[in-house]
Design a protein around this ligand. Structure first.
Ligand SMILES: Nc1nc2c(c(=O)[nH]1)N[C@H]1C(S)=C(S)[C@@H](COP(=O)(O)O)O[C@H]1N2
Ligand SMILES: [Mo]
Length: 605
């Protein structure tokens, strides 16, 4: 139904009520004037106490899981409960081993499945290197991932991010204030845990996360190739059903504290094989797939997949993959160190089968020194050289981000029944007298100025904008912080504006200026590639969910560009300027958050 209206209105001829502002008595020179004089010229180049408007630290609460409708279980209880279960488990396992049936079972399934005759013996040096690189890179991936979570410390199962429907939170319940923002909800992480960890340092955390991810994936790809080229895969992939009874047998043996005799140099026990298999062949690929599942560009392009595998499902599963890795690391390290540490370290770090030599231990110790030094240095170095961190990471992940920007956004539409019952607010509300007066006058004196490198600059009243062909879309919003929501947006397609002003060939970027200032003063703005202005789902909205765009969501006019993250969708727009390049505007990074908080300008993932 909605789409039919949209079609009908889009096919209507351009209404001729559009006139330039000069007709309303404004001097023609104003029409050419750029709002860039209201921007802060400086780009941030360190993170210090005054950074991001001096956002004060705010700590969350202990992690909680929702049980039923509104009961919350504090996960710290898992510590005593886990200890209790361990003690009970040990007692039960010890008892079991007294039973003749269990003894027969363990004799039949001692815990190790035989390997094919062609399986390689021993661990070559490349596995040691890959193991170290994998561990080293994962430290930064996991820490920066925690900082990303801390920016919206809640998980949901559906794309609606409705308060009270979160299944996990590290933050208090959402307050009833209707204008509560997602930024206000963000939390600080204890020093040394997150990367960087300061409250709302998600811009830098994402550079770490995505940049190191690309190295981790490269390391993983090399690992997979070598695994299959050398036959080492046979040691990690279960090849018979007996892996299950053997795993149970190993479990009972471990729990009864009478451990199986292992020879990891030749063959892992079945529980190890299962754990390694899950980690290498399920968890690692799942980390990639669930990570990509959060991309606005890919979710818009592959809307059908995203309808089922929504950003929030992807985000929740991404977090559960993280939990698996944490659990794996804790158990793995504990067992490596308690089941013949010297031999185990010799296998992995010195590629030799010896339980007497200390070589493996010393190489391991050296690698730990490197890891801990990097761990300690990462946050302070990031605060001191944030632009370097950004540049290095952008060199790694930028090509993929730019590639995904060119996807077709058209499939990304939803239907009325998909509209979210709650849509988060975000950003800094406009506080200028100019905006307050306009709002008090119901925006009757509002004008949108569209100028820059165009043939026909215009200044349009809201009435004139409303007279342009109507465009409507039901689409999903992806905030960089992690929440999402679907809404119906009504207004004018950016293509209509482009046709009206006729950009000159030199115009390559389009800058949107807001009435609202950002936390570091200067008005909010964002620059976007001109190519995306022609996308079917790029529009200026003055309606939301069938009503006038509310104050909190950007009245009277806000941008929608559905291949991008939410921070690019400027609210309370007062001007649009076509420019050759954004480096001449503001701090030169392509947007307010880019100048001040190290966000990137191609944020398709
Ligand atoms: N002027 C202005 N526009 C802004 C912001 C802002 O701080 N100032 N925040 C952005 C961010 S981070 C998001 S996620 C969306 C949120 O839009 P909503 O409040 O309608 O959900 O607005 C974007 N537009
Ligand atoms: Mo956002």
């Amino acid at each position: 139904m909605g789409h039919e209206i949209e079609q009908a209105r889009e096919n209507s001829p351009v209404v001729s009520a559009v006139v330039v502002g000069a007709a309303r008595g404004d001097p023609a020179s104003r029409l050419r004037e750029s709002f860039r004089s209201e921007l802060v010229k400086k780009e941030e180049d360190v993170v210090d106490a005054g950074w991001a408007g001096g956002i004060p630290a705010q700590y969350g609460v202990a992690p909680r899981i929702r049980v039923g409708r509104n009961k919350w279980f504090n996960l710290l209880w898992l510590v005593p409960i886990g200890l209790l279960l361990l003690i009970v488990g040990i007692a039960v396992a010890k008892g079991l081993r007294e039973l003749p049936g269990v003894q027969e079972f363990i004799a039949k399934y001692p815990g190790t499945s035989p390997l094919p005759a062609t399986a390689p013996v021993g661990l070559p040096a490349w596995i040691g290197w890959q193991h170290f690189l994998n561990m080293f890179l994962m430290v930064f991936i996991m820490r920066s991932g925690l900082t990303i979570i801390a920016d919206h410390p809640r998980f949901y199962w559906t794309r609606h991010s409705t308060p009270g429907k979160d299944w996990f939170r590290v933050q208090k319940p959402i307050p009833h204030d209707p204008l509560y923002t997602a930024k206000a909800d963000s939390i600080t992480l204890p020093n040394g845990v997150g990367l960087p960890g300061q409250r709302h340092s998600i811009g830098l955390a994402r550079w770490w996360h995505l940049g190191v991810d690309s190295l981790w994936l490269l390391n993983g790809a090399v690992f997979f190739v070598l695994l299959f080229a050398t036959g080492q895969w046979m040691r990690l992939v279960p090849t018979g059903w007996d892996v299950f009874p053997n795993s149970v047998s190993v479990g009972i043996q471990y729990l009864s504290l009478d451990w199986p005799v292992d020879n990891g140099w030749v063959n892992y026990n079945s529980l190890q094989v299962v754990a390694y298999f899950i980690t290498v062949f399920i968890a690692a690929p799942a980390a990639l797939v669930t990570g990509l599942g959060m991309s606005p560009a890919l979710s818009t392009k592959f809307r059908r997949i995203s309808s089922v595998f929504s950003i929030q499902l992807a985000r929740s599963l991404h977090f559960l993959v993280f939990c698996w890795f944490v659990l794996f690391i804790v158990v793995h390290v504990t067992l490596v160190l308690t089941t013949g540490a010297l031999a185990n370290l010799n296998h992995m770090y010195a590629s030799q089968d010896s339980s007497a030599s200390w070589l493996g231990f010393w190489i391991f110790a050296g690698s730990m020194v490197v890891l801990i030094a990097a761990w300690v240095a990462a946050t302070p170095v990031t605060y001191k050289y944030p632009r370097k961190v950004q540049r290095i990471s952008y060199a790694l992940i930028g090509p993929v981000q730019r590639l995904f920007e060119h996807v077709d956004s058209k499939p990304g539409q939803y239907t009325e029944k998909d509209i979210s019952p709650y849509f988060w607010h975000n950003g800094y509300y406009p506080a200028t007298d100019e905006y307050k007066e306009l709002r008090a006058g119901n925006f009757s004196n509002y004008t949108l100025r569209v100028n820059g490198l165009v043939e026909n600059p215009v200044e349009l009243t809201l009435e004139q904008i409303r007279a342009l062909p109507y465009h409507e879309q039901i689409t999903q919003h992806f905030c960089i912080q992690g929440w999402s929501g679907v809404a119906k947006w009504g207004g004018v397609s950016m293509q209509t504006i482009v046709d009206l002003v006729k950009p000159s060939p030199e115009a390559k970027w389009v800058v949107f200026y807001s009435f609202a200032e950002g936390p570091d003063s200067g008005i909010y703005y964002d620059a976007q590639p001109i190519e995306q202005m022609g996308y079917h789902l790029t529009m200026l909205a003055y309606d939301m969910n069938g009503e006038e765009l509310p104050y909190g969501h950007g009245a009277p006019l806000r941008l929608r560009n559905e291949v991008q993250l939410g921070f690019k969708m400027v609210k309370w727009i007062k001007g649009v300027e076509f420019v050759a390049h954004f480096d001449e505007v503001g701090g030169g990074q392509g947007g307010y958050n880019n100048d001040h908080e190290f966000f990137g300008y191609s944020q398709s993932i």
